[in-house]
Design a protein around this ligand. Sequence first.
Ligand SMILES: Cc1cc2nc3c(=O)[nH]c(=O)nc-3n(C[C@H](O)[C@H](O)[C@H](O)COP(=O)(O)OP(=O)(O)OC[C@H]3O[C@@H](n4cnc5c(N)ncnc54)[C@H](O)[C@@H]3O)c2cc1C
Length: 184
Amino acid sequence: MARIAVVGDGPAGLSAALFLAKNGHDTTVYGDDDSLVEFAELHNYLGRPDADGTAFMDTARQQATDAGATLVSSTVVAVDEDDEGFAVTPDEDAAPVQVDYVVIAGGKESQSLAARAGAEVADGAVVVDGDAQTTVDGLYAAGHLVRPERSQAIISAGWGAAAAIDIISREAGRDVHDWDSPSD
Ligand SMILES: Cc1cc2nc3c(=O)[nH]c(=O)nc-3n(C[C@H](O)[C@H](O)[C@H](O)COP(=O)(O)OP(=O)(O)OC[C@H]3O[C@@H](n4cnc5c(N)ncnc54)[C@H](O)[C@@H]3O)c2cc1C
């Protein structure tokens, strides 16, 4: 079981947390419940044709929690790579928490956290590969901070899922799908 810190509790962070926790990983989401979706009325999120943003986020938070993720109310102030993975400082007064992986999903303002941890930022966006991994091994970035000028809720959720599936696959030592069927 890997220890993962998810920084940010919007669609990207909660989507990552849902997959990670559902697959048995120790997943903590740090956030302040202030997603941009709270200001939205969604008519373009497939499967949720008319969702009030606040109701959408309430459902998402509940779904991630039900899967086993721990949601902590805080604004992370530092993510630092070290010999054992990463040290995440949840707020100014808190001691750093040691984790194996970090998914930064705190929107555009969290680009500075990724940069501090050593991730490349170019042309106003955190640079990631197709699995949402930054230029630092084990450090992922998902959602608005990787496409600040082309941001949609469903795209953010997809990036969070991609990060999670990569972590789950790395831990399993093979490619993994998280596929369920009615007979499960
Ligand atoms: C008025 C408005 C209408 C919109 N309408 C639509 C729409 O119709 N359809 C659509 O698809 N999209 C819409 N959007 C865009 C959509 O809200 C974003 O694409 C989406 O919220 C991005 O998700 P995210 O998870 O990447 O980031 P966010 O939703 O921004 O979530 C990031 C979360 O992380 C928190 N955070 C930031 N820094 C830290 C930190 N250091 N530590 C801990 N937590 C942190 C933030 O406070 C926030 O809670 C709209 C946006 C606005 C403002």
